[in-house]
Design a protein around this ligand. Sequence first.
Ligand code: HEC
Ligand code: HEC
Ligand code: HEC
Length: 398
Amino acid sequence: MKRLWALAALAGLSLQCHAAADNTLITQGEYLARAADCMACHTQEGGKPYAGGVKFTLPIGTLYSTNISPDKQYGIGGYSEAEFSQALRKGVAKDGHLLYPAMPYTAYARFSDHDIHALYTYFMQGVPAANLPNRSNDIPWYLAARWPLRVWNIFNASQQKNAVSTPQNETPLERGAWLVEGPGHCGACHTPRGWMMQEKGTTSASEDYLAGADIEGWYAPSLRHLPYDAQQTALLLKTGHNTSSAVSGPMSPVITHSTQYLTDEDAQAIGVYLASLQQGRPDTPTSVQATVTDPDNHYLRYCSTCHGKDGQGTVDVIPALRNNLAVMADNPANIVQVIGQGAQTPQTIGHLSWSMPGYRNTLTDSEIAELTNYVRGRFAGKQEKVTASQVTQILGQQ
Ligand code: HEC
Ligand code: HEC
Ligand code: HEC
């Protein structure tokens, strides 16, 4: 009898150990899922977590992301770990069809087997099942065949073969490179695309990597030569603003769903890696000069109360306009969007969101153009002028 008790106690203990091991894996998996921002693409605003249905407009038509909750009927509840690994690292679904590269499997190829194991455990045990069917894609039948993706993969997914997964004994630089090139898939927005819609570079070895790209009427600036140091980058990723900048557009959900949850070490590692990207084309100011005049005193009237007469802003609340990426980027999309629509810093844990009003109802597109030219000229020495029709194009017809 005693033996039986001992056996039962042992079994109980091993069950407990098992549960503790799984809990650690679930926590690791959740951290990786956040660093990889699976949420952004697989959860609709206000929708059930990971139930899919997010719309992607591709040149060939409309694609919807799929349900990746552990639901057996509509989600990935029937995926084995090996199948999950194929989907994440190779872009192949359970039934063998190839996934569109809107799913960033070329970046996720850098996940190690252990990372995949943790992610799989999290998705199967840490995410509630959502019994919601997938939406059918709106792609004309003659373009819907997925075989061209095989050709695309041959040209563009070759780095999968020699992808580096989490290096051991890593330095902050190595860790940062892995986070940015791998899970963070920062290049999906910040790297310009080539004629096959592929990212022109996928590692720091290419000067096109993270060199800036247009996205949804905004401009994801070059992350090479950021105008601030690693610590300021880390602060921006964790809070949505730093001493000289604030995030306003499509970067905002990246911060709320993903980067604010990074550990301080990981956020700093990303900063260290980005600071190491010294070659390539940066978004930098030309010679800073103040020979421009304020058209109709619009800057003084509408902007100076908050940003200051000299564009100095208020630390941690209102961004300065000097050394500010939105102002000094060659591409004027962000400054025009911010003046036209207004902006809000992302809401992050322990940080209030600050906002700026939009001026499209107060100023005409040609006045917005003049004000943009004044701000870019005065605070970043930009000579190029934005026209009223460019403003209309960026903001859309009213
Ligand atoms: C940038 C957007 C984006 C991100 C980020 C993203 N996905 Fe996806 N994912 C998609 C899209 C779009 C599809 C559907 C592709 C298709 O139908 O060809 C997809 C498909 C999938 C599939 C295939 C499911 C099926 O059978 O239909 C799995 C599994 C998956 N994603 C898991 C993940 C996980 C896990 C993460 C985070 C580690 C993630 N995804 C992050 C866009 C994304
Ligand atoms: C969904 C597209 C998208 C993804 C993914 C993305 N970014 Fe961004 N990022 C943008 C856009 C657009 C801007 C500029 C406009 C804005 O503020 O949203 C930006 C701005 C930035 C800025 C400059 C902020 C400033 O004004 O000083 C930094 C730094 C940055 N991103 C880093 C990253 C890093 C690191 C990653 C990966 C972890 C990443 N981004 C992923 C779209 C993206
Ligand atoms: C009520 C205060 C307020 C007023 C008035 C105001 N701003 Fe802002 N502005 C802000 C805040 C707060 C932000 C940060 C929001 C964000 O970008 O997420 C901001 C952001 C910006 C940015 C983007 C900075 C970045 O780092 O991405 C620019 C450019 C800018 N303002 C220019 C202007 C101009 C030009 C005017 C006048 C037409 C103006 N602002 C009026 C408060 C104000």
